[in-house]
Design a protein around this ligand. Sequence first.
Ligand code: KIV
Length: 263
Amino acid sequence: MNKKVTLKTLQSMKGNQNIVMITAYDALFASLFDEYVDVILIGDSLNMSFAGKPDTLSVTLDQMIYHTQAVQRGAKKSFLLVDMPFGSYMDKKQALKNAVKVYQETLADAIKIEGGKEKADIVRYLTDNAIAVFGHVGLKPQSARSEGGYSVKGKTEEEEQSIIADALALQEAGAVAIIVEGVKSGVATKLTKTLSIPTIGIGAGNGVDGQVLVWSDLLGLFEKFVPKFVKKYANGSNQVKDAVKQYAHEVRSGIFPDENFRY
Ligand code: KIV
């Protein structure tokens, strides 16, 4: 499938075909993923898994733009979704100025902002000004410091109501899709049935319209912790370590480069 994935494609997939999303932060990995996924998310998770920071909060807009430009050189057909970093959409005017910068300096198809009802006015202002916006409800990593960590949402009736109200407010404001993170699967399923726009889950069960995973989790490269929702499709860290160990051994013992690898 080499046809460019557009917003229309994603909208037509709701209820028909699960949407496949993965994060990527550079051209090389984007080029490897592009054939198999619908959406590449240039997520602010890059601040943790790429830059080694303790949370997502310190990544800058210019860094997100730099990584998006790298990804777009590798991805030919995937829909490109860019996270707006913490502090870049605090009010309507700032959000629009920064979203326009993303659109002008990259090939982003849409931007993503975290938050619910309290962000509805900002989403409305962006969508009124020709920016395609994905919402992000449930566990919001940019709230990790203010909430004192990361916790699964939707465990109480009150939380369930609040998540559904948040997502409905975003849809009403013109959001084109919603990321549902770290939410009890029953709640995410109910939410998906309530909304007319696609939901894409991470740690939200299989009753949503699609799934997203952080690439380094999916490939088993991130070793610090493995959340319950992460399925490792490769044992990347062991494969990388074994390969580099073998290389180091062959260099030290003079095995590499043998005649096959010489001019
Ligand atoms: O930054 C990111 O990778 C994300 C996903 C966890 C959805 O927002």
